[in-house]
Design a binder for this molecule. Structure first.
Ligand SMILES: Nc1nc2c(ncn2[C@@H]2O[C@H](COP(=O)(O)OP(=O)(O)O)[C@@H](O)[C@H]2O)c(=O)[nH]1
Ligand SMILES: [Mg+2]
Length: 330
């Protein structure tokens, strides 16, 4: 077909192939149609695209007639980060929310009490982190909505039950179910099979450790999985204050975030409202968060905390650390 399509056409076509939502697909199809030279050689192609557009629009109209499908897993993010609480049935996921947040999901000794996610806010020093109590992970395939929710969170806590004789099997079942949804978990980044896989930073809490025997179970898990996971044995029913503090710190660490305090020139730092950055982000990222005007005129910053000298001048590319105080210079 002597269509003589411009090179951009093929870029848009590629975008169309990658499009995930109906809206994205429609948008790229409209773009394709707009860019095609209108002559005899492209008539067939134009007709095909128009047909695709009308099909998609029809499907969309029917869907909205049925009412927007409600996604109970779409929990609006609140606080500095969202952390998933994962695990097999009965491992203590809902109990974890009782201990660390003000949320009160049902706790019961029969499995599958939690069908939908329940959020709760955990106070960590001067910030709040949102924990999501989630349905148990078992032999069944993880629902699409559930898997998508896991791709939105910053990290996860995986709870296991030290008093369950099948603890190793349960852990393997969880790992397998997640991998069936193209999600790999680990405390340190693990290699992903391909680009559409998702890495979810996760640490393991072996719960219900209340005897020497349970302690040995936790140590066994730790021994087997130490290359991949941080593993900690605890009992949520008998948690000491110090242990609570340590677990909160692990949750903060797995979220992969840092707190940074901004300081206007000549004024004291604002410790009331920390800015939240991802680990590895720079002065430039902070400036962009404060105000996009700052970005344009950014020269660097003075930093107190991670620098060798207090108030040291650093360039925009300087990587910030948790608790740094930063005075942006323009
Ligand atoms: N012995 C013991 N039981 C616990 C502990 N944490 C939770 N449980 C019990 O385990 C059962 C399941 O807890 P739940 O939080 O509902 O688990 P979920 O299904 O993972 O949400 C309940 O009977 C809890 O009281 C613990 O630290 N020790
Ligand atoms: Mg539960």
């Amino acid at each position: 077909m002597p269509a003589n399509l411009p090179p951009q056409y093929f870029e848009i076509e590629e975008k169309y192939r990658q499009a995930k939502t109906v809206e994205e697909k429609l948008e790229t199809l409209e773009e394709m149609l707009a860019i095609i030279p209108k002559h005899k050689g492209t008539e067939k192609l134009q007709a095909e695209i128009k047909q695709k557009i009308s099909k998609l629009k029809k499907a969309g109209a029917e869907k909205s007639k049925k009412g927007k499908s409600f996604d109970p897993f779409l929990i609006e993010k609140s606080g500095a980060a969202q952390i998933a609480v994962l695990g097999p049935p009965n491992s203590g996921k809902s109990t974890l929310l009782h201990v660390f947040t003000n949320a009160r999901p049902e706790v019961a000794d029969y499995p599958f009490t939690t069908f939908y996610p329940t959020p709760g806010m955990m106070l960590y020093e001067d910030i709040k982190i949102q924990l999501l109590d989630l349905p148990p992970i078992g032999e069944r395939k993880i629902e699409g909505n559930f898997a998508n929710a896991l791709r939105r969170v910053e990290g996860a806590v995986l709870l296991l039950d030290a008093q369950n004789a099948k603890i190793l099997e349960e852990l393997e079942v969880v790992l397998k179910a997640l991998e069936d949804s193209k999600i790999k978990i680990g405390t340190e980044t693990v290699e992903l099979p391909s680009a559409n896989w998702f890495f979810l930073p996760t640490f393991i809490l072996v719960n219900k450790v209340e005897s020497k025997e349970h302690q040995e179970v936790a140590e066994m898990i730790q021994e087997f999985y130490k290359d991949r996971f941080l593993v900690k044995g605890i009992s949520l029913h008998h948690l000491k204050e110090e242990e609570k503090t340590v677990i909160k710190k692990h949750i903060f660490d797995i979220a992969g975030i840092i707190r940074v305090y901004s300081k206007p020139p000549g004024k004291p730092p604002d410790f009331e409202r920390p800015f939240i950055l991802k680990k590895g982000e720079t002065v430039r990222d902070l400036a962009g968060q404060i105000h996009h005007d700052l970005l344009r005129n950014l020269k660097g910053a003075r930093v107190w905390g991670s620098t060798r000298f207090e108030g040291q001048l650093v360039p925009p590319e300087y990587v910030l650390f948790d608790r740094d105080v930063v005075e942006i210079r323009t």
